[in-house]
Design a protein around this ligand. Structure first.
Ligand SMILES: Cc1cc2nc3c(=O)[nH]c(=O)nc-3n(C[C@H](O)[C@H](O)[C@H](O)COP(=O)(O)OP(=O)(O)OC[C@H]3O[C@@H](n4cnc5c(N)ncnc54)[C@H](O)[C@@H]3O)c2cc1C
Length: 467
């Protein structure tokens, strides 16, 4: 038997139950539309990758209770242009940034709480507001607001396929209780995330090495809705190998390891591959600006693994990790514990130490402490690794979310391959983030994209359904 919610006609069907889906559902409901959300997870795992977030980057013209200062649209735009290297839809990016100005106020109105600005080495206190209690608390507030608003939610319901007539949404085929049900609605908002949890799909962009990737977020984001939309003639955007990925502890679980598995000591370390060789400038920039590149760098190393090596001087300078580091009194012993070629690693660190120039070390900002005559160089925080005990963290690529998605316009309408927007289909969040993020990332942008386009999608879908 299908759940009763599947049999009632709804104005707006929202696929997923993360930040983008909630932004759409609550907005559509506030405009008077009846809303049904379909969520593949159970109540414990509901909320997808949004359960893991900590902050949102949004435009603001002054300090508030949650941020330490002004972050205007021009600066946001420059930051995103730099990290994406201009690989974006500039107009849509500008639009998203301008519209992000009321993200925090809108979230507060839904009962979401923010914490006072963070201090310390994070460097995001001015630009990003942090959710009090993290992503789970944020999602719990969203679910509470949705229940209060009278939004129907069916859990453990996975959309397998979309049924379209040309560019018109007709129904979603949803597996629930072991059976496949046809769920109709006047309009649909696609907010079911990317395909980062689908290793077979990742292989289409990355080849066999994707087998070794770890997935930082929800195992639910397998991209079934995206795949079905592409099969039905929706227009793709973004490259299959572009994604947000970071360096995480190689001992993290395959899925859902979350934030605490991230390795933040890269800037203080020498990172070697399993052959014991360095391969990139660890001190290129402060970690919030550069950390998103390290997942991709590690993915290109043999066996898709690397090792961040530090000595006792650097302990305590970075966010503590969930797994204790490997530890030894000599570099040779450490290499053996890590399974790294020991003679090469010892030579690599000796060469590194010999190249380090005198300077004044400062953990909190680029300090100019650098190497000379070394390839690759280290541009900042270069200190000799010479004070035992030595520590090593195994590092793997942890994929956060994918950028290949659906092309949309400023109304969050999904384009079809004929270049025209679909009649009654909108998209928000990871499934369309590739319109803004052709490559690269600036922390907190995922939430901004989901909230801005989610609210637009909800608004437009409600208007369409009720006309
Ligand atoms: C560890 C981690 C930390 C992060 N930290 C931040 C941060 O601090 N700030 C930030 O801006 N971004 C952060 N991100 C990225 C952020 O999580 C995403 O950009 C954002 O949450 C995406 O929201 P979404 O609603 O599009 O997708 P999600 O929140 O992933 O929601 C997708 C929903 O769709 C459901 N779903 C998937 N497939 C189906 C299907 N076939 N049928 C039905 N339901 C389906 C899922 O169960 C889920 O509920 C982080 C991500 C991770 C993994």
């Amino acid at each position: 038997m299908p759940p009763k919610e599947f049999l009632q006609p709804h104005d707006v069907l929202v696929l997923g139950a993360g930040n983008a889906a909630m932004s759409a559902a609550l907005t559509a409901r506030a405009r008077g539309a009846s809303v049904l959300m379909i969520e593949s997870a159970n109540k414990d795992l509901r909320g997808g990758n949004s359960r893991h977030v900590r902050n949102i980057r949004y435009t603001h013209n002054a300090a508030t209770d949650y941020v330490t200062g002004r972050y205007d649209a021009d600066e946001y735009f420059k930051d995103l242009m730099r990290v994406t290297d201009g690989n974006t839809n500039e107009e849509l990016m500008r639009f998203m940034i301008d519209a992000s100005e009321d993200c925090a106020d809108w979230m507060l109105a839904q009962g979401i709480k923010f914490q006072p600005p963070l201090s310390g080495t994070l460097g995001l206190a001015r630009t990003n507001a942090f959710f009090l209690g993290g992503g789970r608390a944020m999602m719990n507030s969203y679910f509470k607001a949705a229940e209060k608003a009278g939004i129907d939610i069916v859990y453990e319901a996975e959309v397998e396929e979309m049924e379209l007539d040309g560019s018109t949404f007709k129904a979603a085929m949803v597996r629930h209780g072991g059976e496949l049900h046809r769920v109709e609605a006047r309009t649909v908002v696609l907010a079911s995330g990317g395909f980062e949890a689908n290793i077979e799909w990742l292989k289409e962009g990355w080849g066999e090495i994707a087998e070794n990737f770890l997935v930082r977020g929800s195992p639910m984001n397998t991209g079934k809705v995206l795949r079905s939309m592409l099969d039905n003639g929706a227009k793709p955007i973004g490259a299959p190998d572009q994604c947000h990925a970071v360096a995480i502890d190689g001992r993290a679980p395959k899925f859902d390891g979350g934030i605490s598995t991230r390795i933040d000591c890269v800037i203080f370390s020498a990172v070697v591959n399993k052959n014991g060789e360095r391969f990139y400038d660890e001190g290129e920039d402060i970690w919030p600006k550069r950390y998103a590149i390290w997942g991709r760098l590690v993915a290109k190393q043999p066996d898709q693994v690397a090792y961040a090596i530090i000595d006792s001087k650097s302990m305590g300078l970075f966010m503590p990790t969930v797994y204790a580091p490997f530890q030894a009194d000599t570099l040779g012993d450490l290499a053996e514990q890590l399974g790294v070629d020991a003679p090469t690693m010892e030579k690599t660190i000796a060469d590194f130490n010999a190249a380090v120039q005198p300077g004044e070390f400062n953990a909190t900002e680029p300090d100019g402490c650098h190497t000379e005559g070394l390839e690759p160089k280290k541009s900042n925080w270069a200190r000799k690794i010479d004070t035992p005990p030595y520590y090593g963290y195994p590092v793997k690529m942890g994929i956060t979310f994918t950028y290949l998605g659906l092309e949309v316009n400023k109304s969050a309408q999904v384009f079809m391959n004929d270049g025209k927007p679909a009649d009654n289909i909108w998209a928000a969040g990871e499934i369309m983030a590739g319109n803004i993020l052709g490559q690269g990332y600036a922390g907190g942008t995922g939430m901004a994209i989901g909230n801005v386009f989610g609210r637009i999608a909800g608004e437009e879908a409600a208007r369409h359904a009720r006309n």
